[in-house]
Design a protein around this ligand. Structure first.
Ligand code: PLP
Length: 384
């Protein structure tokens, strides 16, 4: 066998499997994507272009451009009164994806358990396994897709190393209030369990102020805060993210990063500096549009009598399609074949979510309108 047992045993991503079907089909409206439909705002693109014109084509420091780390440090201080040293507590990574992988490899000893509330982003489980950890999935379906203090407490044992929290959440859009987070924080502190907080959608929170986990009492030394530019600034293709945390963990992650990646592309880092400098008004504009689309999608789901729990952020709704009598996978496959609308089957986000589909509203208003006409037709035909 050429391939390791570990990798052989890894399941391919449910999203990828499904989207292999979408590829090659014409006129499909995709409500399946997990990335902004906006192009990166022009001043950010321009900064990337200028950096090339000016000859910035080299490696950067392993940790990332100092200017960018400083920009992130200042941004977090101004926005959330959160202090991270640009020298020792921030690492620039190839998206949150790399930051998460580094984190797992930096903290896990073989057999350590990592708690993952479900439904969850597709890579948490597999990346944990690749790093030698054991993912422990906590089903949040009966608690409105939120991890409860009781659910957390129950899942902890001697081998538990960390909790992965993601809010606003992919695929549900659910977020947590400060009070809810504080209750979870108390339990983590009590048991000395690290919180890895993936807040990549933090800036896309619509209903209340987003609370970064490390701003909670005594949480900073016990949290690895992950964020990036992909979603907030519509910069998925640039591949820039960052990790902030205790210097011991950041330095361990930097060690792996320097042997495997060396540094993020300088062009992308220069563009990210500009995003921090001038991107705010574009973010606000995109956020307003996502919110408008959210209202539209929820209205349509109400009219179609399809259940969901109101998302507070990101650009997803996780809808229960049980009443159609179809599984999420059948629903998604038939909707694609019969009406050319793509949504993601819920089981891509955990094995207990066969009755759900994830609908993304990172698609133009026109597309959303047309897609819901088609979904309506699909459901009407199903009832005939
Ligand atoms: C919750 C979550 N974390 C991380 C990522 C990866 O983002 P990045 O582009 O920063 O690697 C995604 C992308 O969809 C996501 O939804």
């Amino acid at each position: 066998m050429l391939v390791s047992k570990k990798v052989q045993n890894l399941q391919p991503s449910g999203i990828r499997q499904f989207f292999d079907l979408v590829l090659g089909m014409k006129d499909v409206i995709s409500l399946g994507v997990g990335e902004p439909d906006f192009t990166t705002p022009w001043p950010i693109r321009e900064a990337g272009i200028y950096s090339l014109e000016e000859g910035f084509t080299s490696y950067t420091s392993n940790k990332g451009l100092y200017k960018l780390r400083l920009g992130i440090s200042r941004y977090l201080k101004t926005r959330y009164d959160l202090e991270y040293s640009a020298d020792e507590e921030i690492l620039i990574t190839v998206g949150v994806s790399e930051a998460f992988d580094l984190a797992m490899r930096a903290i896990i000893n073989p057999g350590d358990k990592i708690l993952i509330p479900c439904p969850s982003y597709v890579s948490y489980g597999p990346v944990t396994e690749l790093a030698g950890g054991i993912p422990i999935y906590i089903d949040t379906k009966d608690d409105g897709f939120k991890l409860t203090p009781q659910g957390l407490e129950k899942s902890i044992d001697q081998k538990t190393k960390a909790l992965i929290l993601n809010y606003p959440n992919n695929p549900t859009g659910i977020s947590y209030t400060k009070e809810e987070l504080s209750a979870l924080n108390k339990i983590l502190l009590k048991h000395k369990i690290l919180c890895i907080s993936d807040e990549i959608y933090g800036d896309l929170t619509y209903d209340f102020e987003h609370t970064p986990f490390p701003t909670l009492p005594q949480a900073k030394e016990n949290t690895l805060y992950l964020n990036g530019f992909s979603k907030t600034y519509a910069m998925t293709g640039w591949r820039v993210g960052f990790a902030c945390g205790p210097k011991e963990i950041i330095s361990a992650m930097t060690k792996i990063h320097q042997y495997t990646i060396m540094c993020v592309s300088i062009t992308s880092q220069m563009a990210a500096c500009e995003a921090l400098h001038s991107g705010r008004s574009s973010v606000d504009q995109m956020k307003r549009e996502y919110k408008r689309r959210r209202e539209f999608v929820l209205e349509k789901l109400n009219a179609l009598d399809l259940e969901y729990i109101k998302p507070n952020g990101a650009f997803y709704v996780f809808s229960l399609i049980k009443k159609t009598g179809l599984s999420g996978l059948d629903f998604a496959q038939r909707l694609l074949k019969e009406q050319k609308v793509a949504v993601v089957p819920g089981n891509a986000f955990g094995e207990n979510f066969n009755d759900y589909v994830r609908i993304s509203y990172a698609s133009s208003f026109e597309n959303l309108k047309e897609a819901f006409l088609r979904i309506e037709e699909f459901l009407r035909k199903g009832e005939e």
